[in-house]
Design a protein around this ligand. Structure first.
Ligand SMILES: *Cc1c(COP(=O)(O)O)cnc(C)c1O
Length: 223
């Protein structure tokens, strides 16, 4: 399936007007597909799998800002640490410690979003608001910059439910900014995908992760 250039332009216009960053989710999509959006000016791309990301990072222009949006295993942090722009979905203290360690080795700071659990029914990874308030060790992890929060709504057609979950996350974001956990303002709230990004933006998202609306559905991994 071809890249949907028309949809891309519409979405970019809509999001730019609202100051929302678009991360084009390119998992399972080819380098050629990514280049089509790159040629139009897109620079933020999201990937879910370390191996796939490494191959693409190697092959594609170096000014692409790569976002890791999948479930990151601690033992793989070292591979992406040298170049990753933002790690969404950091969901455990163990992972935080490992990212800090790898960033320290490179004498850099890695930007991260903490994943917050918002879906009412599904088991998803993440912290809850109470746990965010207890993350005192963040003050010692000087090679990590927590830039904000990330969350995923339930996979559902129930718009009211999705809206409620995103509102809860926006609330958590506003309240997290009052916590002493972070010694700076959180700027990024990553929420919204192809099916629910409009609701997410209404609820205060500052960054959406959109794949299938831009690249078509994902059937087969590209190898
Ligand atoms: C795959 C994925 C997306 C993009 O999903 P679409 O429905 O194709 O837009 C967004 N966020 C995460 C965490 C994903 O894994």
């Amino acid at each position: 399936m071809a890249v949907n250039i028309t949809a891309y332009k519409e979405i970019v216009n809509e999001l730019t007007a609202k100051n929302v960053t678009l991360v084009a989710v390119s998992k399972f999509k080819s380098a050629e597909d990514i280049m089509q959006l790159y040629e139009l000016g897109q620079r933020d791309f999201g990937e879910n799998f370390v191996q796939e990301l490494l191959l693409k990072q190697e092959a594609l222009p170096k000014d692409i800002r790569w976002h890791f949006i999948g479930h990151l295993q601690s033992n793989k942090v070292k591979y992406i640490a040298p170049f990753i722009h933002l790690i969404h979905g950091v969901d455990s203290k163990k992972l935080l410690a490992e990212i800090n360690k790898q960033a320290a080795k490179l004498d850099k700071q890695i930007h991260c979003l903490l994943q917050v659990y918002i879906a009412e029914e599904e088991t998803k990874f993440g912290f809850d608001l109470h746990e965010l308030g207890e993350l005192h060790e963040l003050h010692e992890l000087s090679n990590i910059k927590i830039q904000g929060l990330m969350g995923m709504a339930s996979f559902s057609n129930d718009e009211l439910k999705i809206k409620k979950e995103f509102s809860n996350l926006k609330n958590a974001f506003d309240r997290a900014n009052q916590l002493s956990t972070f010694n700076h303002q959180l700027s990024t709230l990553s929420m919204g995908m192809s099916g629910d990004y409009k609701i997410a933006v209404e609820c205060g998202s500052t960054m959406v992760r959109i794949g299938s609306l831009l690249f078509g559905s994902r059937n087969q991994p590209v190898q």
